[in-house]
Structures are given as structure tokens and as C-alpha cells.
Design a protein. Sequence first.
Length: 269
Amino acid sequence: MGNDKKKRKPFSSGDLEALCKVLADTDTGLTGSEIGHILAQIGVIDTDPTITKWRRLYDALAENQNKRQDGNRVLSFIAKALQPTRFINNRNQYDSMLRGVNIVLAFHGLEFRDDGKFHTIKRVSTLAEAEKRVQNLKTSVFDRNLHKDLLRFCRAELLQDNYFHAVLEATKSVASKVRLMTGLNTDGAQLIDDAFGGTNPILKINAFKTDTEKSEQRGFTNLAKGLFGTFRNPTAHAPKIEWNLDEQDALDLFTLASYVLRRIDNSHT
């Protein structure tokens, strides 16, 4: 999408201005040299490289739109500017630009995603709808600064907004961490009991000397087992269509799983 094979309707001056202000933002947008390079790559004349960045980009794309009577080069610029591999070491900048661009694109029934492609979505008609559309699960998860192992296990599912399988991968990350630290090869609630249960647990989350500390250990064990019972077992055995999981439930799970992982990290034998 966004190439010459299918002509896209030109963007209005207001929409084009909004896109250019995001892409050429002073703090989070492209540099002047990056703008010039991408314009050259897509065959758009850089009409005035000396003016303000967003205005420079707007003038170049607007002139091209007027001449061609389509918005294809605007989409081509977005695709080049937001090519995921350009932001490997700057995720925050990427998320900021992606969110701003997608708010505008939502009014055109389009969304640019982390796979480097445009996708067709239901067209929105209000700003509130557009903002809600782009404030999705993966943005909320990354903003919460969750445990790195959690993100490593379910990043692919998050990028696809696949809540069902992201939940399954999140609980797998907990089991993997416990096995790595203990050498155990059981799974689920049994794994948690084997690692944290009993009078002399393999892994202790505290000094495990006072009654209060032992009570906390038992509480944590039950919490971790509940994580598997509530989320791992239903997702592992029920068809996706029969197990309804909304975004808020998924986000709460990731927060809980992150807490469990951090306590496991700080546990000792």
C-alpha cells in the first residue's frame, strides 16, 4: 500500500500539515538531512531546504500532491521515515512518531505498524476515536517499563495486538525464569510449589526466618500459582474464540507477571 499501483486520494492541507509537524517535530522528528535524503529517495523535489523543517516537508509533499493528484508520495515518505530498523536504538522516538502519524491516518482508514507496512482499518470520524485507536496495548505495556524477560517472550504478539497469545507467552516467561534459576523441569502450579513451597524452599523471596517472612513466602507462592491458574491454563487449553480477553485484562496480567518476575530475580537459595 502507498505505491503507484493504487492511487490514494490526496491528503487535505490540514491533514498534510499535521503529518509534517509530527514527522519533522523539533524534538522527536526527523533531522533536516534525513528529510532531504528521504525526499530524494521517493523522487520528490525538495522545494526549499532553508525554511523550517515541517514547512519544508509540507511544501515539498504538497507540490507533489498537486502535480500528481494523489497522496502516494506522502505514504511513501511515511513508510521510509518510519522504517522500523531505523529506530533499533531509539524506541521512544519511534513510538512517539508512530502514534502521531497514526492519529491522522486513522481518519483515512489506514494504520502504519511495526511490521513496516500500512494496514486498512475502520475509518474514524472523531479525534477521540483516533486517539483511542492508537493508544493500544503495546504502547501501554512499553510505557509501564515492565520486566525485560516479559517483553522478550511476548514482543511479537504485542506488535500484533494479539492479547490471547501474548498472555500465554507472558506466563511462559515466568516458568522459564524459575526453571533457569532452579534446574527444575516441572511446569505451572507444580513448578511454583517445587520452587517456593515447603518448609525449606529452593527459592526464597526474603530471609525466610520470621513468621511474617514465611507468611509472605506462602502468599507469593499462591499469587504465582494463581497467575498460571487464571491465565496460563485457559489460554493453553481453550480455543481463542471461546476465551474472551480484553485489553485491560491483558495489561493487568502483564503488570502482575512483571511483579512476579522481579520478585523471582531478587530471590535466593
